[in-house]
Design a protein around this ligand. Sequence first.
Ligand code: PBG
Length: 317
Amino acid sequence: MFKRFRDRRKDPATRLKFQETFLSREDFILPLFIVSGRKRKEAIVSLKNISRMSIDYTIEYIKKLQEKGLRSILLFGVPDKKGIEQAYDEEGIIQTAIREIKQSLQNIEIITDVCLCSYTEDGHCHIGENDATCEILAKIALSHAKAGADVVAPSDMMDGRVYYIRKTLNEHGFVHIPILSYSAKYASNFYGPFREIAKSTPKYGDRKTYQLNYANVEEAMEEIEADIDEGATMIMIKPALSYLDIIHRAKERFTVPIYAYNVSGEYAAINFLVENHLAKEEIVYEVLLSIKRAGASKIVTYFTPWILEELDEYQSL
Ligand code: PBG
């Protein structure tokens, strides 16, 4: 006797019947890069279909994608000139964007990136000293909450920043604003295109003194645990594809929602395969499904517009 697995695979309808993991439109979060002014749209070669846009264009773009089922966005501010005060300025790019988006659109969740790397002269995520940086990060998060952000997402990897942010938000009455903490953000080589679009390439050195060593699992678990203790509501693992084991272990160990960031280098590498006819477009569905299968409940990805458009193609008959 032997099992007939092929009976489960014989045609699309049967394969779908036995499929264990599915994607849904609610799983996806679109990163957006915002610049000041009006009618600005700046593309970069390495991030296909992704541009830095001014708020007016961003709103038009979100509106179009909402018709396809977009529910959630992650905002990054890209100032024309460096200077950290802009990061927490009430009239800053992100603060203005949050207000304008909330005024113009309904049913869109705004998550904001809380970090300094697009604002510091040297492109690092800190100002030299850990705790002093945390105080600034808390100010940034507060300014986002005041402007109307639904979720704040610190991505800097300073120690204790969730503690500082939670405390500051609570003191100002924002007890209910969740913190999505990038707990396990690795010092990865997959961030290249992002740094180009966010203008956040470090001028010297690298981020290895604050981002996680990619050889480590247990340390990531400790970081996650610490962030949850400090008040993180959800946690992020980043990047996604070389880190599916981390997603999986976090899912087994913790009860908070696990988010995964399918980063810019992963996006560019997969697009390269497709553009050069080395893989069918279906590879995108495969990759996104793998991240979900590993245990992510939400996926931040530049493929969000693609999946919103194509999902039914792969999941229905
Ligand atoms: C840093 C930050 C990074 C990304 C988002 N915020 C990484 C880095 O530059 O170290 C990368 C996202 C991507 O590659 O898509 N605050």
